[in-house]
Write a new protein. Structure first.
Length: 86
């Protein structure tokens, strides 16, 4: 009985893992799109905070170093920060 439960657990994990990995993988193109969105949000708001600009710069460095998922998240944070400054 324990072997069957262990086998079912391993099988379920093997089936779920690729879907979870695919959902968290970002590409260079994703970075480019997120960067354009952040740049537009910062340009649209003349009162965009220094924090938004710093987040944007950090995101660009992350994308350039190959950490695309983290870079996309930072670009999204930068866009949100720029949008809330008025």
């Amino acid at each position: 009985m324990n072997i069957r439960n262990a086998l079912l657990t391993v099988t379920a994990a093997a089936l779920i893992a690729p879907a979870a990995f695919a959902a968290t993988t970002a590409t260079k193109e994703d970075c480019g799109t997120a960067q354009k969105n952040a740049d537009a949000a910062i340009a649209a708001n003349p009162h965009a905070s220094a924090k938004a600009k710093d987040l944007r710069a950090e995101a660009e460095k992350l994308c350039q170093s190959g950490k695309t998922a983290d870079g996309v998240k930072k670009f999204e944070e930068a866009a949100k920060e720029a949008a809330k400054a008025k």
